[in-house]
Design a protein around this ligand. Structure first.
Ligand code: TPP
Length: 572
């Protein structure tokens, strides 16, 4: 998230009593009061009073074409802007269509407020038309949920929802509003009393961390998505620079340390770089910053970083020691903690030259190559070139699959907000609505959705949303006529039994995009790549480049599932 403060206007706001208004009107006023500018949603019977109240307000409502698109777009809007994303849907099927998006935000700790209409309280529990106990259904995948039972509670519920979504470890909050509550009138006070949660830096733990770092011969910084969420990017960059300690990144933290920064070894884990994984396995001290030891990053946990002691910084104390024994725990806000540690480390330089040289030479030795044979498009090279041509304003909103891993491996990201991906959940269909949300959050950025043919089809209807609002999102559709990542696993681990992954009967994507009113063209040969990227980037409105790639291309390196990160496989 950006360095800007979150869009919370609650903490010190004085309580005022509104004129009497309907619950629906109170909801809309509360959103306006929270500084919300964009809401992604889809109407229906149980939320009609709120849609009625939207008319003529300052809220820009984006009518998506599927509620899953609303949740993904709100999630990416939050990731790109640092604000709280907002989506809304009606009861029953509208609400259940939000679920994957809610889970996605939960897994990646994204601040989001989801507003659902519900059936009137008088018929709740009777299997009324379009009734779902959405609170119950979403209980394991929200940070918090609120069922509002009285219109007078609405302002406080909204303020509380925004505060909870954005504070501490962020996450999605559900606000469920029965229809009678939306219709009822009330005079409601604004000004929920937000507790002051400023956490002190644990200086004893920081001093202990310094002792461990000074005692280490092979220290390594392991950066996670919590760094950008905690707005600690600059602090972490300064720490890495001041100490010279090499750095590895999770998928969700790409861009935290600039791709070409000295000591940066790339992504660790299943599709990480060899240099990063080798450094982790050889390290004697991991300095873990806002990361949670996800299995895609650690591989076989028992064999992950077997020689390393662990210093773990995290805002969420329950993450510390959860999966890996921790020697120094620094719970609390990342930014002041890392800054305090940097200040201490400045006193004397570390004597880790042999380790730094070893890491740098591994990185140089295992650098990615782009000289693949043949005339066909080589996706890693195209993605590298795309990010270079797009420059510092490049933001990638990725779908899930091989293309996602290629983008992670080969694109350059100037900041962590430049890489938006469904990391924890790995939800196909994320890329297109995420691109929509990110572009609306930052219209001057060059936002590019990078998708595979499978995932693109999962939310293809949002092309209509791009067209309607003239959102100049660029789309790179890497079409390998198959569910590539699954096909790759079948090739490697299921004896080439290619079960149900063939998509060779895909529609003509150029025609499909054009039918939605979106400019589109095809790139099928390597010598068309540069001009194609230039055309895509120059397009005024939404534009799709349909890129035909080799169905047999695999993502390398690869740590086989259940294996240690030391057992990376390389392609032929
Ligand atoms: C909603 C959902 N369903 C299934 C999967 C399992 N899955 C992961 S990657 C993948 C294949 C993706 O294919 P495609 O979108 O064409 O991208 P490619 O791997 O070919 O680049 C599948 C089916 C998933 N991650 N999400």
């Amino acid at each position: 998230m950006s360095a800007a403060a979150p869009a919370l206007k609650t903490a010190s706001a004085p309580a005022t009593v509104n004129d009497t208004a309907t619950g629906a009107r109170l909801l809309v006023s509360s959103l306006e009061r929270m500084g919300v500018e964009v809401v992604f949603g889809y109407p229906g019977g149980a939320i009609m009073p709120i849609y009625d109240a939207l008319t003529g307000t300052g809220l820009k409502h984006i009518l998506v074409r599927h509620e899953q698109g609303a949740a993904f777009a709100a999630d990416a809007y939050a990731r790109a802007s640092g604000k709280v994303g907002v989506c809304m849907a009606t009861s029953g099927p509208g609400a259940t269509n939000l679920i994957t998006g809610i889970a996605n935000a939960m897994m990646d700790s994204v601040p989001m407020v989801c507003i659902t209409g519900n059936v009137p309280q008088g018929v709740m529990g009777t299997d009324a038309f379009q009734e779902i106990d959405i609170l119950g259904v979403t209980l394991p995948i929200v940070k918090h949920s609120i069922l509002v039972r009285d219109a007078s509670e609405i302002p406080a519920a909204v303020e509380q929802a925004f505060h909870i979504a954005a504070s501490g470890r962020p996450g999605p909050v559900l606000v469920d509003l029965p229809k009678d509550v939306q219709f009822a009138t009330a005079a409601a006070p604004f000004g929920f009393n937000i507790p002051n949660e400023a956490s002190d830096v644990d200086h004893d733990a920081i001093a202990e961390a310094e002792r461990f770092i000074r005692a280490a011969e092979r220290p390594l910084i392991y950066v996670g998505g919590g760094v950008k969420i905690g707005r600690a990017t600059e602090a972490v960059r300064a720490f890495a620079e001041a100490t010279g300690i090499p750095t590895v990144s999770t998928l969700n933290a790409l861009g935290t340390v600039a791709t070409d920064a000295p000591g940066y070894l790339g992504m660790l884990g299943m599709h990480g770089t060899r240099a990063a994984n080798e450094a982790v396995q050889a390290s004697d001290l991991l300095i873990v910053l806002g990361a949670r030891f996800d299995d895609r990053a650690t591989g076989k946990l028992a064999e992950f970083a077997p020689h390393a002691r662990v210093v773990h910084f995290d805002i969420d104390a329950s993450e510390i020691g959860k999966l890996r024994e921790t020697h120094v725990a620094v719970a609390g806000e990342l930014k002041p903690g890392v800054e305090a540690l940097t200040a201490r480390m400045a006193a004397a330089p570390l004597a880790i030259d042999p380790w730094v040289i070893r890491c740098a030479s591994a990185a140089a030795h295992h650098a990615a190559r782009y000289d693949a044979p043949g005339e066909g498009v080589y996706a890693p090279a195209l993605l590298k070139q795309l990010s270079e041509m797009a420059g510092d304003r490049f933001v990638a909103a990725c779908d899930v699959g091989q293309h996602q891993m290629w983008a992670a491996q080969h694109c350059r990201f100037s900041k962590p907000e430049a890489h938006i991906t469904s990391g924890g959940l790995g939800a196909m269909g994320f890329g297109l609505p995420a691109g929509l949300g990110a572009k609306l959050a930052d219209p001057s950025a060059t936002v590019v959705t990078i998708a595979g043919d499978g995932g693109f089809m999962m939310n293809i209807q949002e092309l209509a949303t791009l067209k309607r609002y003239g959102v100049a999102l660029k789309i790179v559709l890497l079409d390998n006529s198959s569910l590539g990542l699954v096909r790759q696993w079948q090739e490697l681990f299921f004896e080439e039994n290619y079960s149900e992954v063939d998509l060779s009967d895909n529609p003509d994507f150029v025609k499909v995009a054009e039918a939605f009113g979106v400019e589109a063209f095809r790139i099928a040969q390597r010598d068309q790549v540069e001009a194609g990227i230039a055309r895509l980037l120059a397009a005024d409105g939404p534009c799709l480049a349909h890129v035909v790639i080799n169905p047999k291309e695999n993502v390398w390196p690869l740590v086989p599932p259940g294996k240690s990160n030391a057992e990376m496989m390389e392609g032929a």
